[in-house]
Design a protein around this ligand. Sequence first.
Ligand code: ADP
Ligand code: MG
Length: 483
Amino acid sequence: MSVYDKYETVIGLEVHVQLGTKSKAFCGDDASFGAPPNTHISTISLGHPGTLPRLNKKQIEYAVKLGLALGSKISPTNNFDRKNYFYADLPKGYQITQDRMPICIGGGMDVETEAGGKRHIRMHHIHMEEDAGKSIHDIAPDASFIDLNRAGVPLLEVVTEPDFRSAQEVDVFMNAMRQLVRYLGVSDGNMQEGSLRCDCNVSVRLKGAEKFGERCEIKNMNSMRFARKAIEFERKRQIDLLESGGKVAQQTLNFDPVSGTTSPLRDKEDAHDYRYFPEPDLPPVVISDEYLAKIKAGMPALPWELQKTFIEKYKLSAYNAKLLTEEKGVATFFQGLTQHTKNYKGAANLVINKISPWLNEEKVGIADFPASHQQLGALIQLIDDGKVSNTIAYQRIFPELLKTKKMPLEVAEAMNLVQSSDEGFLEKLVDDVIAQNPDKVKAYQNGKKGLIGFFMGAVMKASKGKAEPKSTNALLAKKLAKK
Ligand code: ADP
Ligand code: MG
């Protein structure tokens, strides 16, 4: 047993979700990503004296939606607070946030553990705040650049309880959060662009110990690959420290992806005193029962609810149900397809093995998928009726359906692909193959029954894929037995 196995890792997350609103949290500036630096700014986001913030209704709505999805309690009255600190990318000198009373309290989400079990991750709370601008240190060696487009963009911060026990669980959770915010339409969840990022609080303790260890906080992870590495590095660093008689000091850490190591940003001793105080320029936000009811009524089906439906109603495997619900658009498309076929497994296979890979390859969204549900339902029927093989349907007919409104049978007929179970047609093929392979026939009759596969293949080839497999197989078995 390695010394590392004596310890348990404990992790809690502070997840930042950048909201996909049109405008910023407290002014009308464009909140979209990727514009030339310092073009989405105004006197308000620049913090000019005398300007006043205004609420963005969408930020409230999005916070409530995420809270409801996670089973949180929604606070009826919400206040904002100022978190004061000095930094070049924070022109106001403070960030508007919720310190005293967050909008959502409690709730939770299940994540799948490596061992295949489930772990319930409890949410501590979700609060609303605004983002700071962006400091860019890697353009010039002797200067920093500031882009204030991001200053004031609305955020939700989701704080979990320290319920994670491995980097893998963090990975699964962040993927689920990405999926959830996309389902809800509150954020694009794009980690690369920083729309979804997290601080990882990591501590270790001897297995069986009740008290948590001292924790370190790794800031601003916006790649799960790096987050996993950072947590792994930190776990080992802390265990090594404890094993050599040292103590873990509470610290804020930075992860360097190049070296794969963490290093201190600041110690607890110089921890900020943010001098929080109530934001005087924003009125309290009251969330009425009517408002809550309206939001509830408009909630979309959530990924885990759809998975359950797909397993129970359509009898799909848990694995396929998960694949089909990864993107809301794909799940909706599949549900549409079930209106046009009763072969739900066939429909699932078509979406998973053919449509999704095609979308990925062509970089096209499901909304722009060219073939209709009617065509696809009919394609599945064509396979089920034995008119075409699965292979022919997928490889020859499917690509045609992307270019034409014609139904699959018409396409198959025009391309001369319809399988035949016509006795005369099959008999000739079977007789030829048997005549051409006397050795194999003998071997078959002497007990090598596996050779049926060889005969099937030969008939298929001779028929150019048009021999209907079931009838062919039956005919072959009959003829081979007779001789
Ligand atoms: P602070 O307000 O000082 O950041 P919190 O108690 O609010 O501290 O915790 C912040 C985050 O740290 C939460 O996600 C929480 O789950 C996590 N956390 C708290 N204690 C530990 C610990 N001992 N090990 C790992 N994570 C922890
Ligand atoms: Mg913190």
